[in-house]
Structures are given as C-alpha cells and as structure tokens.
Ligand binder design. Structure first.
Ligand SMILES: Cc1cc2nc3c(=O)[nH]c(=O)nc-3n(C[C@H](O)[C@H](O)[C@H](O)COP(=O)(O)OP(=O)(O)OC[C@H]3O[C@@H](n4cnc5c(N)ncnc54)[C@H](O)[C@@H]3O)c2cc1C
Length: 824
C-alpha cells in the first residue's frame, strides 16, 4: 500500500527533466504550468487529436500546489455538472495509470459526508436527490454503520451520513506525472525548467511564448499557472480574481486501530467540525478550513517560491482540531508526525475559472482550481472539447471564466476568495446572500431602495433588490431551506403588480449594441429567431453550432443599422465573447450593459402611470405589444419597450445611469395614487413561474436544445442561422426530454433547484427552477423530464429534503394562459 503523502512530498520526481531537449518553434497550443491541471489539459488535447501541443513548466512538474495536496478525492459539488466531471476525473485515474505505466496511488475506499445536526442532514438529502438523477451511487447510512466502516469515529455525534462509493485518495504527484506521461504517449511534449517570461500576441492572433530556452509561436496559449495564475495573466494584462490561501492538514503517527484494520479506512468529511480526513499509511490525515482564512501573497506570488511549505500555525485551527478530536478520538490521542501548511488557489465562488478569456483571442485559462485532484480530469476534458470542438459537451457555466467581469478586480477577488475558503464546508442556503464583496457595483437607486426596505442581492457584481420589507430595520431574513419571512412581503409585491402597478430596477439585464451596415445580416446569422424591423422587438433563442441553447434574448431594432439585444446579466461577458468571436468588419459591437439602467413597470395600471409621465401616445392602439420607441419618459431620454416578464401589461424603460434617479422620482410621484409599489427579483421570479417562462442559467442553458426547452417556437426556420443543421436534426429526431411546468402538492417549503423528479420511484428528470406562485397560491416548478412523462396531466413526484411530493405537469400557464393581459 502506498504512502501518498510521503510519495508526493519526499520523493519528487526528477527523472523527467528535459534540460537538453530543444524547444519546438511552433505549436498548436502552449500550456503554461505543469501542475495537475495543465498536465490534464495536455493529456486531453493530445488524446483527442491535437498532437502538436507543448506544456512548459518553470521548475519540475507539480511545483506549485500540486505536490503538497492531501490527495483526497470525492464527487460531491454544489453544481451537478461539476459533480459529473468529478466522477469522470476519478474514473480516469485507472486509464492514465495504464497508459503511462506510472502509479497514481489510487485507493477507492468509499467515503462519507457526516451530518451532525438536522440542517446538515437536510443538506445531504438534497445532495442525495441530485445524485439520484445523475446516476451517482450515493446512499444514507446510520451512525452505527459509520462506526462499523470506520471504527475510529465516535457515532454519537452524528445524525446520519451520506455514503459515496467513488471517494478515496491518491498520490497527487503520481497523478500529475501520470497525466503528463500519458500525454506524451498520445504525442504531446512537456518541458520542465522552462519558465515562461512573456506572452506576446502577433497581428495574426497567434502567440509568441518567450522562455530562456527560446520562443515558441503558438496558435493558442493556456494559463494554468496555479499559484502564479495572476502573474501569468498580468503578462498580457489579464486580471484573474484568484487568491492563494494558506491551508493546514496534519498526519498522525501510527494508530494501532488503523494498522490492524483489515481494509483501508474510508475517507470522510464532517461539515460542522469543518474537517476532512482519510487514512495515511498506518495513521490518519486530517485537514481543516479555518474560520478565518489567511490569504497568501496578496501582492503576488514570488517567482522563486519552489517546493516549499509555510510555517504551520496551530492556534488558527485549534478550535477545529478540538472538535475533531472529540469526534475521532484516536486522532487526538495519536502523536502528530507532520503538520503541513501549504498555499493553493481559490476563486471568488470556489469553482474553477476556465475557458477563453473574454476580450482576448486564443487566450485560455484554467485557474482557481481548488480541488485539482477531484476536478483536474474534468477540467482537462472540458478545455480540450472547447478548444478542439469549439464548445464543451455539457454546460460548464459554473466554471466559465466569463461568469466574472470587470467588477472582479484583484481586491474583490481576494475578499471573495477568502470568504469562499472560510465557507468551504459551511452551508449556503438557497435564499442566502453572502456578505463579502458587497456594494461593488450600485446604481443611483441603491440608497433610495434600501431606505424603502429593500433586501439586496448581488448579481454580476451589481446590487439589486430581492424583496421589500417595511423599512431598513425590517429588511432581514433567516437563511433556510423552508419559506422564510420574506414570503408575505413578496406576496404583497405580486398583488400590487397583478392588481395595480409595480416597478422593478432593470440595470441588471445585459444590453448588447450592434451597429453598422452588416448588423442585420450578422444578427440574422447569430440568432435563430426573427430579427425585427425598426421600432419592433422580437424574442429569440441563440444556438451553438451543435444546436445547444446559448442565449434567450430580446432583440430591439432601433434603426435599420442599429440594434440592441437584452439578455441575461450574468451571461453578459460570455455573450460578449460569443459576439466578438467572428464579428464581420461592417459591424461594430459593444457590451453596453452598464450604460443603460432603468425601471420595468408592470400591472394593469402601468399604461395609465406611463401616460402621465410621457408625451408619447402609449395607448393600446398607438403603442402595441413588442413596439419600442426612443422617446422621453419622466423628462429623461429613454428607450421604451412594450414588453414584460411578469405576464402583465408592462413596459421596460431604459435610460442612461445619470437619469435613473429622476426617472424613479417621476414614476413614484405619478404612481402614488395608482397603488404603485417597488418590487424585487423574487416577486418577478414568482410571476414568471405562473406564466411558465424559463430563466437563463436555470431552465435555459447549453445542456439543452431548442426543441427540449420549447424555444423552438421562436425559431425562424426559413433562414440560415448558427446551429440550424443541428436544430433541424434534433427536431426530426424528437426530444427525448422536455421542459415542463408543474404544480407541487407541498406546503411551507418549495423546490430550490436540482431536486429529482420521479415516476413510480425511478428518477425521470430534475427541477431546473421553482418556488411559490403567489397569485396562483401554489408551489410550482419547472424541470426537464423524459418526453414520455411530459404530457399535461402527468402525475409525478418531486423529492424535497428527502420527502416525496405529488406533482402534476401543466398544459398551459396558470395565469392568463392566452396572454390577453400582456397584450391588452
Ligand atoms: C495543503 C493542501 C491540501 C490539498 N488537498 C487537496 C485534496 O485533498 N484534494 C484535491 O483535489 N485538492 C487538494 N488541494 C488542492 C490542489 O493541490 C490544487 O487544486 C491543485 O494543485 C491545483 O493545480 P494547478 O495545476 O492548477 O496549480 P499548481 O499545482 O499551482 O501548478 C501550477 C504550475 O504552473 C507552473 N508555472 C507558473 N508560472 C509559470 C510560468 N511562468 N512558466 C512555466 N510554468 C509556470 C508552476 O511552477 C506550477 O508547477 C490541496 C492543496 C493544498 C495546498
């Protein structure tokens, strides 16, 4: 049986030195950094057909954080697609061991996630539900069974445990080398002791990668700098909001109960104690994420940092150790053989940041991978698909570098990455808004709305109102899986919109501007739906070449050569990257999201309100559904769209940020006697459910095609567009799964996403979004189910916190099915 820690730390592989070998002058791709992530990408690129790929490593392979990792591997993740990729990663280790002939020291022991209170038990029930439809092998076991499988654990501290067959541990250094050597078997090359000093882009878009041993001209470069990701980014002016954090684990002396145990002990995570543990030789390894994280080298990682560890500081983890010694007493009783404090890199939300960097050509990154041995294989797979095929095979939004934009400055990155480190094993509830890095971006209405009782959330760095309490002191809520005190306040907002008129800030919608002689032709190609004539709006899906959804957009034609696209705020940089990729010369494009703020008015009295503050004739006859005007409202210049996401008569009023306060005052004054009320994102989400309208990143995402999601209804099949061939094929084949809207027979709690949908006890789909529909007074959800269960009236079950509830598939929206109110 191998000793993974000793193998990694004391026996760094030196035999691979490529000191004398000549660098090639050209390569299809150069990967900068030979940690587990870079080596996995090298392997996958070569395996999938790019042989002409080169990895450059400053020192020996593993010289960043990879050599001193604890080597624990597991599949659990907050994002189901990341879980899938973690499962793929673990399965891959056997293959690279065989291909390379290099041991990865793999032990698949199985592992448990221990719940020491009901809340953690509830959390694990949610994980179990996800695993059910993902086909992952996870089951609950009792504390007694935990102790049977791991006699060192004192079962009295636990409620239950979720068991996962696939978990275990490996030798981090061995795994990294196995990736590199397997890559070589597939035709790739890697060079150690070859630091990249500069990356310079040529006019043709290719890159000159400068090292002391020569220059390689490469079509693509990939920043896999790990601890130096920031520094490698800076070579090209790329700011990556990642931060290395100090991290401790300890290794005990021999423990007789471990040595004498007939099999290797399972790995484990105890959330409340905030520890992970596994067997290491005849002792135990135990690591913890301390409650106050210590960012390492905030100003930059020194280039001369090598195979070094940091000074351990036991005081920082004393509380955590005390708790863990109560729960696994044998660890407390054993002597400590080694105490490790090593740095590794975190991102602002704890997930990796991978993919093409927006605003750059052929510049890729795979950084902030904080669980490289759980995720490295999946990151390599995804990057190779993306680079070779142009798009990953599954939606990797949770890892896409484009989910951060300009707002994610280095300072913000350090604050959020530290918060994420501290919360690594801390529960985040579905309705929870995290406290750090707030007010990074605000609009002119921030103070005004907070004074009115807004409970704020944050999206793409921008603060936005979630719901309105009765004043600032009242604007609080408990993080919970159940409905909380915001429920009644949201009901009040929905009532105002459905019966009178409400307003919501819409600064957080993305806005993309296209101008030029070729703009219409360009959009006709990019968008699958109709591109409207001047003065009109259209809804359209956008597809990838493989026919997957890549956008759900509203197109506004402001003039024959002037268009504005409105879409998901979170996707704005991803869409910018998409639009800029092959932009024709006669089209200019800009992401103008921050240049246009605004207010959406909704409700039966919204026309009356609007007419009071504009000279434009907004009567039903003069200003029809999906019309737009560039005009004046509330005395300020605006783009006025007649459209709404609440299902009511409604208008989106966009103005330049400097006019927003004036517009808001005009709206409030004119609406006072009409029952005007501000409303927040939760009310909007509730109302759109009643209409059965999906939302980007939840119901609409690149995991699905237009037919599955029902977005095919908006496709203009008469024209050519990106993804048409694939979409036609999908249409001819018929969807094997469909997006449906359901009512659920449940009270006091609603779905929050990712719950399993079952038919006769078997998983047939999953929930993509849901909540409480306040006007319909029903718990509702949207989700993808196998096509044979998608018919209206089908009775299904939805698992919420381990309980099964009856659900019924709807055939039509529960509110204003014909859309008469919206078109009134
Ligand atoms: C104490 C500790 C315990 C951990 N435990 C686990 C665990 O149990 N399970 C798990 O999955 N993960 C664990 N991790 C995290 C894991 O180590 C990281 O996720 C992983 O190492 C990240 O790999 P990487 O390739 O992104 O970065 P790194 O390993 O940092 O690799 C980056 C490489 O790039 C090279 N480089 C940088 N700049 C240049 C340049 N200009 N030119 C050439 N080369 C360059 C560096 O020399 C380095 O080798 C742990 C980490 C620590 C510190």
């Amino acid at each position: 049986m191998s000793d993974n820690f000793a193998q990694s730390t004391l026996n760094i592989h030196k035999e691979e030195s490529t000191g004398d070998k000549k660098l090639p002058s050209h390569a299809k791709a150069v990967i900068i950094g030979g940690g587990v992530v870079g080596c996995s990408i090298l392997f996958h690129l070569a395996k999938f057909g790019w042989k002409d790929v080169v990895l450059l490593e400053r020192d020996e392979l593993t010289s960043g954080s990879s050599w001193h990792a604890a080597g624990q591997i597991h599949t659990i993740s907050s994002d189901p697609n990341i879980s899938r990729l973690q499962s793929y990663t673990i399965d891959l280790y056997k293959e690279i061991e065989e291909t390379s002939g290099h041991s990865v020291g793999l032990h698949i022991t199985g592992g448990f996630y221990l719940a020491s209170n009901k809340t953690w038990y509830d959390y694990l029930k949610r994980e179990r539900s996800k695993a059910r439809y993902m086909g992952l092998n996870q089951e609950f076991i009792s504390p007694k069974e935990v102790a049977e499988r791991h006699p060192l654990i004192d079962p009295k501290h636990y409620y239950a445990a979720l068991w996962d067959d696939q978990d275990g541990d490996l030798d981090p250094s061995g795994a990294t080398y196995a990736f590199a050597k397997s890559a070589r078997v597939h035709g790739a090359q890697y060079f150690t002791h070859t630091p990249v000093a500069a990356t310079t882009q040529r006019a043709d878009g290719s890159w000159d990668v400068t090292t002391p041993r020569g220059v390689i001209n490469a079509e693509h470069i990939v920043n896999c700098g790990g601890l130096w990701a920031r520094e490698v980014g800076h070579m090209q002016g790329v700011n990556l909001p990642v931060q290395p954090m100090e991290h401790h684990y300890l290794i005990t002396d021999k423990i007789d109960a471990v040595a004498n145990h007939p099999t290797r002990l399972p790995a484990g995570i105890d959330y409340e104690a905030n520890i992970y543990f596994r067997q290491e030789r005849q002792g135990m390894l135990l690591g913890t994420y301390e409650p106050k994280g210590t960012p390492w080298k905030v100003g930059g990682t020194p280039w001369d940092f090598g195979h070094e560890l940091l000074q351990p500081d036991l005081d920082r983890i004393a509380d955590r150790l005390e708790m863990s010694f109560e729960r696994i007493p044998a660890i407390g009783e054993a002597g400590i053989k080694d105490m490790i404090n090593g740095p590794f890199t975190f991102g602002p939300d704890g997930n990796p940041m991978i993919g093409p960097v927006p605003g750059m050509k052929n510049y890729w990154c795979a950084v902030g991978v904080m669980a490289g041995f759980c995720q490295g294989g999946g990151v390599g797979l995804t990057m190779a698909e993306w680079m070779i095929d142009g798009e990953p095979s599954i939606d990797v939004w949770a890892m896409d570098v484009a989910r951060f934009g300009e707002f994610a400055t280095p300072d913000w990155g350090t604050v959020k990455s530290t918060e994420n480190y501290e919360r690594r094993f801390v529960m985040t509830f579905p309705n929870e808004t995290l406290p750090k890095g707030r007010m990074q971006k605000t609009t002119a209405l921030y103070d005004r709305l907070v004074a009115k009782g807004a409970r704020m959330g944050q999206g793409f760095g921008l603060e936005n109102a979630l719901w309105f309490a009765d004043g600032p002191e009242d604007a609080h809520e408990e993080p919970t899986f159940e409905r909380n005190r915001s429920h009644d306040y949201v009901a009040r907002e929905v009532k105002a919109v459905r019966e009178a008129v409400g307003g919501i800030e819409i600064a957080n919608f993305a806005k993309h501007e296209f101008k030029g002689a070729g703009a219409r032709a360009c959009l006709d190609r990019l968008l699958a739906g109709y591109v409207p004539k001047p003065g009109r709006l259209a809804l359209t899906p956008m597809l990838t070449p493989k026919g997957k959804l890549y956008g759900d957009l509203t197109v506004a034609c402001l003039g024959e050569e002037h268009f504005m696209l409105f879409g998901s705020g979170a996707m704005q940089e991803a869409h910018r990257r998409w639009f800029e990729k092959d932009l024709p010369e006669d089209v200019s494009y800009q992401n103008v999201s921050d240049d246009w703020h605004g207010i959406a008015l909704s409700g039966p009295k919204s026309r009356e309100l609007l007419q009071r503050i504009t000279r434009e004739d907004v009567s039903a006859e003069a200003f029809k559904f999906r019309d737009l005007r560039q005009t004046f409202v509330g005395g300020v210049p605006v783009i006025l769209n007649r459209i709404s996401f609440s299902g009511e008569l409604g208008y989106e009023i966009y103005c330049k940020p400097q006019y927003l306060l004036r517009l808001a005052e005009a709206v409030e004054d004119a609406g006072a006697d009409l029952g005007y009320r501000w409303y927040g994102a939760r009310a909007l989400m509730s109302m759109r459910l009643e209409k059965g309208w999906g939302v980007w990143t939840l119901d609409f995402r690149p995991d699905f095609d237009a037919v599955e999601s029902g977005m095919d209804a908006f496709i203009n099949w008469k024209k050519d567009f990106v993804g048409k061939a694939a979409a036609l094929k999908a249409r001819a084949a018929g969807a094997s799964r469909k997006l449906v809207t359901m009512t659920i027979g449940v009270d006091g709690i609603d779905v929050s996403g990712d719950e399993a949908i079952l038919k006769d006890g078997a998983a047939v789909g999953y929930i993509s979004s849901g909540g409480y529909a306040h006007h319909a007074q029903a718990s509702m959800a949207m989700g993808y189910v196998s096509a044979q269960h998608a018919a209206a009236g089908t009775r299904l079950q939805v698992e919420i916190l381990g309980e099964m509830y009856d659900a019924e598939v709807l055939g039509a929206p529960v509110y204003d099915a014909g859309g008469a109110k919206m078109r009134a």
